[in-house]
Design a protein. Structure first.
Length: 186
């Protein structure tokens, strides 16, 4: 793999260096392996970064090698997909994407108790606040189209005032959220 100087320098062994500012001349120079101190970690390209920066979720090495092949303390941390970066367990499902691949926010939706409504982001609100004219969920998912009674001819209005397509009636799946579309099916 090559990078720098228009992709002409070898990633692990060379670095692009400006040799003439006026003319903008750059050349590839052989990297000399620097000895890192005990408090530092060596990037694949030979540069040194603070050891504490290894697998902390922030790229310090130009080649991103400080955030790959991470070993985490899985009792206190989780690892993003493909052995990339370690984060404290408190960052799992906190609504903020920390991992490059979004792993920390996947499959986070929880199901609320029967007397509550589950917002799209997993937050629970009291069922009576669904379709009450005020958005209680941060994303407004508790106030879907149809709450005002405006279902179209090809839609069924559920008991909870949500509108769903007539084609979804009696399909074996609770599309209303209150099972109205699955009652009185033969």
């Amino acid at each position: 793999m090559v990078t720098g100087c228009g992709g002409l320098c070898a990633l692990e062994t060379e670095a692009c260096q400006l040799v003439d500012r006026l003319r903008g001349v750059r050349v590839c120079r052989q990297l000399s392996l620097v000895t890192c101190s005990p408090q530092e970690w060596r990037c694949r390209n030979g540069l040194c970064v603070p050891a504490a920066a290894r697998c902390d979720g922030a790229v310090q090495c130009y080649d991103k090698s400080d955030e790959t092949h991470c070993e985490c303390d899985l009792t206190k941390q989780f690892r993003c997909g493909h052995f990339i970066s370690c984060f404290p367990n408190s960052k799992l499902c906190d609504g903020v994407i920390d991992c490059w691949d979004g792993f920390d926010e996947l499959n986070c939706t929880t199901e609320c108790p029967e007397d509550q409504f589950t917002c799209t982001d997993g937050q629970c609100i009291i069922e009576s606040r669904f379709c009450d004219g005020y958005a209680d969920c941060p994303d407004g998912s508790d106030e879907p189209r149809g709450c005002d009674g405006g279902c179209s001819k090809h839609e069924l209005q559920c008991r909870n005032r949500r509108c769903v397509s007539n084609a979804l009636r009696c399909d074996g799946h609770d599309d209303c959220g209150d099972a109205t579309d699955e009652t009185n099916c033969s």
